[in-house]
Design a protein around this ligand. Structure first.
Ligand SMILES: *Cc1c(COP(=O)(O)O)cnc(C)c1O
Length: 376
């Protein structure tokens, strides 16, 4: 008889207590299980308009050269990004999605005996990458209900958690799943007070959607704060989530460290080509912003009409308070072919996070939610 080995006990301690990130079910699987077709997925903040046609066209060339390794330095994409963002090439680190970059930051600066700070209701990847390397997570309470931006990041609370072992602070602006955001003055006052020895990651996965005047231009701050890392992605507004490309902008010193531990070919050749081309598609960007704004208004209006509370959002998603166990509402929507995201794992058990779709998709989701909520 082979002895049964407890591999969990052999794993690094941080990993023993981890739960894997829960992605949504694949549509095909769901349709098969429920015997339905024509499913609407508004669960992962993907762009309802799809990928830019520029990007799709650019996939032809690498398709002819799939037997070759991609450019491991991502030279062309980095060059273009640097030019667009008025940075030097050595300030850019490419990632297999921005999640990859968040993971690089954790592996670079965190480990046993160190800690990272982030907010309650913040993006789920921060605790995962922190714990995976054996570091402690210090979670700051979010803004209270009577705050001007309830559920948002409380920067003051985050500052008070800093101690001698703190190496990283993760801030999502805007935050997923809440859609809350931080204005430039508050965030810069915060930067001034964070010790230089603490790396501040400002995760801007949705920044293209934000039109608020007070929203910060953090790239300009890189000159003054060499402990600042700004992360961005091609997964959301550029509609390239399936290809996995993101990047970090930082001081050259930090980029140098991140690039030391980056897998040599972490961005595949299709992704490099598509992302480079997508940067030129201003039309797709403009349309996506317009459709999203219209959709956010449509949702806010529907919420007001139906007396559903929601968290005001500047992203491409909205958290709706269904005033009961949202898991059951999620299941009921699922059976009607509408997939959204329950966010109990973000300590929001009564909310559903719903991606903003096209007008027609939003209408269907709103109607279905009405049916489900009226039933009981
Ligand atoms: C979606 C998302 C990301 C990144 O996704 P990638 O596909 O890995 O680029 C990062 N941060 C937040 C807050 C997100 O919502």
């Amino acid at each position: 008889m082979m002895e049964i080995t407890d591999f969990s006990a052999l794993a690094m301690q941080g990993i023993q207590g981890l739960h894997p990130y829960q992605p949504g079910k694949p549509i095909e699987e769901l349709e098969r299980e429920l015997g339905i077709t024509d499913t609407l997925k508004l669960a992962s903040n993907e762009n309802p308009l799809g990928a830019s046609s520029n990007a799709l066209r650019a996939l032809q060339d690498p398709l002819q050269a799939l037997h070759l390794y991609p450019d491991g330095s991502g030279f062309i994409l980095k060059n273009k990004l640097a030019e667009r963002l008025s940075l030097q090439q050595d300030q850019v680190t490419l990632g297999n999605g921005s999640n990859d970059v968040l993971d690089l930051v954790a592996r670079c600066f965190l480990g046993k005996g160190r800690n990272a700070i982030f907010s309650e209701h913040a993006f789920a990847v921060y605790p995962i990458v922190t714990q995976a390397v054996g570091a402690a997570a210090k979670v700051a309470s979010a803004n209270s209900q009577d705050h001007a931006m309830p559920y948002g990041h409380d920067l003051e609370a985050m500052l008070t958690l800093i101690d001698a072992q703190t190496r990283v602070i993760f801030i999502a602006n805007p935050n997923n799943p809440t859609g809350t955001w931080l204005p430039a003055d508050a965030l810069e006052r915060f930067m001034l007070r964070v010790p230089n020895t603490v790396v501040v990651v400002v995760d801007e996965a949705y920044f293209e959607y934000v039109t608020e005047e007070e929203y910060p231009d953090t790239l300009q701050w890189l000159e003054h704060y060499d402990n600042l890392i700004v992360t961005r992605t091609f997964s959301k507004i550029y509609g390239l989530a399936g290809l996995r490309v993101g990047y970090a902008a930082s001081s050259p010193a930090i980029a140098n460290l991140l690039n030391r531990i980056r897998q040599p070919f972490n961005i595949n050749s299709m992704a490099l080509a598509a992302a480079t081309a997508a940067l030129d598609d201003e039309e797709q960007l403009k349309m996506s912003i317009l459709v999203n704004h219209a959709g956010l208004h449509q949702w806010e209006h529907a919420c007001q009409q139906n007396n559903w509370s929601f968290i005001p959002s500047v992203g491409n998603f909205i958290c709706v308070d269904v005033a009961r166990d949202a898991g059951a509402v999620y299941e009921a929507l699922l059976r009607k072919g509408v997939i959204v995201r329950p966010v109990a794992n973000y300590n929001l058990p009564h909310h559903l996070r719903i991606t903003i779709g096209t007008e027609e998709q939003n209408r269907r989701c709103i109607d279905t939610l009405q049916q489900v909520l009226q039933r009981d």
